[in-house]
Design a protein around this ligand. Structure first.
Ligand code: GDD
Ligand code: MN
Length: 380
């Protein structure tokens, strides 16, 4: 019965098929992506189909195997980007290049089931929505492919996300999802504005659209990965934290300033604890302890910035050591200011090492941010 019906629909030339673009961001998914693409091509029975693979120059040859498929089938297109620039930016690029009326974004590692596309499209049409996302946290959802720790982490991140976004998105249960179906025309203005610093495209899209999109959800059965490993790492968690704070500051504070301040904050903790340890355990004088702890804090700031803030230009090996020397040299001006300010405060104003250090730190932060923005990144 069903087969005859779809056959009739295909034969009916008066109603042209709707155009559907499926965006598959990929990074080292050679083994996973081919079986997925083959399954997705079946959608051409119902849709005028386009598959857009956005590959960030995978080292495992993903783009080579995809290219072979492109040759065989014009419905498959590859965007190969050189210089890995991240998941959210790959999704944005795919969506901006898509030629469909409708678009799907899904993982290319097989963790999202192709059958979810149909459920989401039905929901989108029935309720005249702009966006339907897949949720791992609805009653009918299943999480087969995540460790308990990851699932708990996502669930916590969802709680924070909810309070940082418009009330119109309060009903959603999975702001971290990588599975989306969109009405391209109504979503494009918001897609265009998405800040691609983060990993979580959906969260960013919701944040920049400020409650103006009509949204819904379908339950997902999140599958285990067949080959390879997840690309989610500490730096992605960091990006998400920055995104949250960026939203909470009404998107006024630049992401870089937030990242800079957070790294600086960790340096404050390093400095305060080092001083306390040296003074209480080793009986060192405040002045000597401070010299050591300021250098320790500058070094830890340098290492964390290298791993997170500037990870696209991450230094390693000898260059890491050289970079540290340069960094200490550049930072030595405020370091001297920090030490002399704190010491003066301690000697002249009050013998309180906590406030003495805090004053030094604040002055250094303002100087460092202003100076590095202006001279290192050439921003005003
Ligand atoms: N082009 C591109 N560039 N693709 C990337 C990049 C990148 O830098 N990083 C990851 N991808 C692709 C992967 O190849 C995969 O197809 C998809 O993005 C998801 O990446 P995974 O590394 O498999 O993420 P995950 O399984 O840990 O995370 C999934 O669950 C999260 C919720 O916990 C994804 O669905 C996330 O989007 C989702 O937020
Ligand atoms: Mn995955």
């Amino acid at each position: 019965m069903g087969a005859t019906k779809s056959h009739e629909q295909n034969m009916n030339m008066t109603t042209p098929k709707e155009r559907l673009s499926i965006i598959l961001p990929s990074y080292n998914e050679r083994e996973n992506i081919i079986p997925l693409i083959k399954k997705l091509l079946n959608f051409d029975e119902i849709f005028d189909l386009e598959l857009l693979i956005v590959d960030d120059d995978s080292s495992d040859g993903t783009s080579t195997v995809v290219k072979e498929l492109c040759k065989a089938d014009p419905q498959v297109r590859l965007i190969r980007r050189v210089g890995r620039s991240g998941l959210a930016s790959a999704i944005k690029e795919g969506l901006l290049d898509a030629t469909g009326d409708l678009a799907v974004v899904m993982d290319s590692d097989g963790q999202h089931e192709p059958s979810a596309i149909k459920d989401a499209l039905i929901k989108l049409k029935k309720n005249n929505l702009d966006l339907v996302s897949g949720s791992r946290f609805l009653n009918d959802s299943e999480i087969l492919g995540l460790s308990q720790r990851r699932a708990d982490g996502s669930s916590l991140a969802n709680k924070f996300s909810r309070i940082s976004l418009s009330r119109n998105y309060y009903h959603l249960t999975d702001y971290m999802s990588g599975f989306l179906v969109l009405n391209l025309q109504t979503c494009l203005p918001s897609i265009y504005k998405v800040d691609v610093g983060g990993f979580k495209f959906l969260y960013e899209l919701l944040a920049v659209s400020k409650g103006n999109l009509k949204t819904g959800e379908i339950p997902l059965r999140f599958q285990p990965r067949t080959y390879g490993d997840s690309k989610l790492d500490l730096s992605i968690f960091w990006d998400f934290l920055i995104s949250l704070l960026h939203s909470l500051s009404f998107r006024l504070l630049p992401r870089r300033a937030i990242s800079f301040a957070l790294v600086g904050l960790s340096g404050v903790i390093v400095q305060l604890t080092t001083t306390t340890i040296l003074m209480t355990m080793l009986n060192m004088s405040f002045r000597h302890s401070l010299t050591v702890s300021v250098i320790a804090a500058a070094t830890s700031n340098y290492l964390i910035n290298n791993a997170l803030t500037f990870r696209s230009n991450r230094l390693s090996g000898q260059a890491l050591l050289k970079g540290l020397m340069k960094f200490l040299l550049v930072a030595s001006l405020p370091v001297i200011a920090n030490i002399s300010l704190a010491t003066t405060f301690y000697n002249v104003v009050a013998r309180n090492e906590f406030w003495a250090q805090l004053i030094g730190i604040v002055v250094v932060f303002v100087w460092n941010y202003a100076a590095s923005s202006r001279f290192v990144w050439n921003t005003p």
